[in-house]
Design a protein around this ligand. Sequence first.
Ligand SMILES: Nc1ncnc2c1ncn2[C@@H]1O[C@H](COP(=O)(O)OP(=O)(O)OP(=O)(O)O)[C@@H](O)[C@H]1O
Length: 232
Amino acid sequence: MASSASSLGAGEQATAAIAVNDLGFSWPSGDTVLQHCSLTVNPGEFGMLLGSNGSGKSTLLRILAGLLDRQSGQIQLQGRVGFVFQNPDHQLVMPTVGADVAFGLVAEQLPFSQVRQRVLSALAAVHLEHFQRRPIYALSGGQKQRVAIAGAIAQQCQILLLDEPTALLDPDSQIALVKQVQELVKTRGLTALWVTHRLLELDYCDRAFLLAGGHVIEQGDPQRIKQKLLGA
Ligand SMILES: Nc1ncnc2c1ncn2[C@@H]1O[C@H](COP(=O)(O)OP(=O)(O)OP(=O)(O)O)[C@@H](O)[C@H]1O
């Protein structure tokens, strides 16, 4: 899933890839999830967002992706946004890998030659270059997540939002996927914001954010935040 960059508000950092400033969000029931929530992810940075169940991580990511409307505050996104869901079966809609990665491009009515070139290049970026004709049902969970990421790359997304993408993966596939995203951030200059409960994954990111009480209560060095959570 990809959406276009949007919403420049006053006061946030113009150089950030993702800037959230004083964001607020409540459900129609009146339950407030986010209040005075601010964070910044720089271009080419791999950020991870942590917080207890129900702290609002998915809500924040969905607002950034344009799937939910913010009610107050500002967001700034420098570039097109791709979203990777926890369960790839909620995201992959076509019968084969190549057709799925091409899906958004066909919808944009790009010429066939360009679609083909972008699909091959995106699959190579996630090390699935030989999987173009493979049925989606024949993929492992980790491979499905790579296909979802390839779809975003094919659509030239500069920002990847990933909502607990390893939650359904075994430990080896978990580490392989986090390393894959780290590689994409380093080699292609993508910016990623990844939601996780798994502290081991913090070893692969550049900056961590801890969400509680509707806002970011800690941010910075992932190892410092990891130690704090381990000690808690
Ligand atoms: N569609 C909805 N309508 C009403 N409330 C919702 C809806 N979706 C989520 N919520 C509530 O919003 C709050 C924040 O949920 P959210 O999914 O953003 O938390 P989270 O930090 O991602 O949690 P988890 O770690 O369990 O995935 C929770 O109290 C949740 O029950």
